[in-house]
Write a protein that binds this ligand. Sequence first.
Ligand code: NAP
Ligand code: MG
Length: 501
Amino acid sequence: MSTNRTQKAMDNYRNFIDGKWIESTSSRAVSNINPANTEDVIGTVKQASREEARAAVEAAAAAFHGWRATPAPSRGRIVGRAARLLEENKEELAQILTREEGKTIAESRGELQRSINVAEFCAGESRRMNGETIQSELPANFAYTIKQPLGVVACVTPWNFPVAIPVWKIAPALVAGNAVVFKPATLTPATAVRIVEIFAEAGIPPGVLNLVLGSGSEAGDEIINHPAVKAVSFTGSNQVGIRLYEEVSRRGAKVQCEMGGKNPVVILEDADLDLAVESTAQGAFGSSGQRCTATSRAVVVNDVADEFVDRISRRAQSMRIGDGMDPQTEMGPTVDESQFNTVLQYIDIGREDGATLVCGGSRATGDGLDKGFFVNPTIFDHVTPDMRVAREEIFGPVLSVLRVKNFEEAMQVANDTEYGLSSSIFSNDAARIFRFVDEIETGMTHINSPTTGGEAHIPFGGIKGTGIGDREQGSTALDFYTELKVVYVDYTGRKREGNLY
Ligand code: NAP
Ligand code: MG
């Protein structure tokens, strides 16, 4: 991609409607700020109006029929081309991602690779949009199923994985034959613009993929409530997601919501403690704790709790905090001032509720850190299940340690949450590991590895308060974006005897 295009994307972000980059007429502008250095203003975005959001939906509705009629393997070929363009532009996109969201450059490269893998996988799925053939109770009859697209689909995404999450929604939606309106988080417009540029360059026809940069409460609200939008795939907070679910499902449209987490790691007495400490630190403090799958509760049996807390607090204190662009940095900033304040408030709440602050607990300062939204990796010990730091998603580098007597109590404490996204266990006892797998109430679980991480060809999603609707990615990636049609075929040529119900 030429530098010119990048410069344009970096300066003044525009909406992409019906194949054209259109400057918003809105007077409300928002700056895109580097959270590692607030003096670095990356660009500005005018917040799309409701009319502009409607225009995007209408463009998608008009483009849908042509795209639906395009054979799935041809749609997949375009998505495959987008995968190659993502690969060619990987480093540039990774740098934009670090600059606007704050995660380390290694984390950004990992996120880009995940996006490339997802796009490649979805391209392949275009040749596998198969139904089934089904035997009939009647002679010379059979039935079969076909998968068909839904129409206009809205993809509403959060700021914490601003490349991977949009790609894992847009790619399967397009392969399935839908037209898309993409509404990214306000905090991450630059990556959103680059993703759409790449899909457009890959050959997605005008109107089939549209980008609306606007606030959730206005442009987002207009999109999700538009009657032409047949489905909404949302990833974000529970607060927004549940309301969105109520509104969209009321008119009978499909909804998929992937929301918050309060992911536990269970550490038993026979665990490899070195591995448990390193994996928990990675899960809790990686991406500054701003992953939906971040480890936020360590449920540790008493026998090893003192040693675990001692070791992980030393690891937390040794973490190199700084600008994610520096390859030495292990943990970047929180994403913006509001998130930064939320994390510091939760740290106060933990203290007030009587948890023991082991390390961190404050803003990270010195060495240029004052210019950004840096928080020291924080660990609370002796957290009880009723405390707010054990119950609420903080979305920052804060780990709560809950001490338990034994495996039974660990299971009970791990499941004592409204959320159900991810979990993990550290143990070498196969019987207890498999009991954990059976009984843990999460959509994904990890054995002897962090609660974070996933692969493009493996389904992703949560249960309980975390997830509503079909799983994303993997063998289930196209489920949400397709409708199943059942076809009965009778080749007897005769009037049917008797009744079939
Ligand atoms: P958020 O505040 O819920 O926002 C998510 C998206 O919804 C943004 O694009 C937002 O736009 C939009 N939005 C807000 N209000 C809306 C409305 N009334 N109508 C339509 N759209 C609306 O979440 P976030 O702060 O960006 O992301 C962090 C959250 O995402 C955390 O809770 C995290 O756990 C969750 N998450 C979950 C997963 C998962 O797979 N389970 C993955 C990643 C993140 P604006 O940006 O303009 O407000
Ligand atoms: Mg920003």
